[in-house]
Design a protein around this ligand. Sequence first.
Ligand SMILES: *Cc1c(COP(=O)(O)O)cnc(C)c1O
Length: 368
Amino acid sequence: MLPKIPLSSSEDCIDIKLDFSNHNLNYISNFEKDLEKYLNSNKKVVALNSGTSAIHMALILANVKRGDEVLCQSFTFSASANPIVYQGANPVFIDSEPETWNMCPNLLEDAIKDRILNKKKPKAIIVVHLYGMPAKIDEIYRIAKKYEIILIEDAAETLGSTYMGQKCGTFGDFGILSFNTNKIITAFGGGALVCKSEDVKNEAIYLATQAKDDAPHYQHSEVGYNYRMSNVVAQIGRGQMKVLNDRILSRRKNNKFYQKLFKNIEGARIFIEPNADFFSNHWLSCVIIDKEKLKPTREELRIALLEEGIESRPLWKPLHLQPVFKNTFYYNNNISEKLFLNGLCLPSGSNLSNKDRDRIAEVINRLL
Ligand SMILES: *Cc1c(COP(=O)(O)O)cnc(C)c1O
């Protein structure tokens, strides 16, 4: 039996040497400094225990309350929207546009106007940069500003990606990052909140560490959370920052490989940047199979790969189709539903070897 080729591996690329000598427990603030430097903006970073808690924290700081509405990209992982529900607020889903697969700016503006007509001005917008691809963030930013709605960027999959040279996660009022095991770099969990000022950062740290007032005993005037990153995770994260650029190079190399492999296959299209303004870390490489033009189908391709021990996965199922969100209002243009039906994430691990590539190419060439 040949070894399995996973969809995305980051954990097995890690080389850990933890060092807690000299009682040096500044790893959290040093990791935050590393990230602030890497993001290369005037934004501040708060290290938290997951990307999901970072989204929750952004919603709390955006003053999202019970009964409020939050506009959220439909084509994404459930973690982008779950924290809206934690707040007792209501998600309203917005479909995607075909170039970046992320939130459609036109549909977003239509939705905002419609919600305002319904006397329900949205409290916040959660835009997601999926698979490493920056959303049309300039247009979305302009719309958020025009209607004075707080913008939260879910950049969990997009560390290192840029739009017009600016890093994803630094455009909105808040950005969030994730260091979960399947992301481009991992600290075996962890996340971060990107925010606008030292004051907001301090407020986030206060809320994330149980909202303790300044007193000799434990005194609380507000409900707090246990959302802070641990020093162990931060230390692993710091080590990972050193390999981030290598990881991006590997993932982009995978994407080049797939572009070449599918180049002359009519009816198959690899997901790439729409133009030079967009720079994707290509966290996952994806293909769209046009079933009018090509046999086998996406599902037949997935199963053929699986039979050879090669893992692939359909694209995100839009949240407006998920049972858990079945009664949720959404603005639909069918783009995300088509992506879900016809798209496949291909093996994209940072340590994909030439041998792995040969095995993948063999199956694809045999089938298509
Ligand atoms: C992974 C992911 C999250 C959640 O991050 P965790 O650190 O796993 O909580 C949120 N949004 C997207 C798009 C993700 O891929």
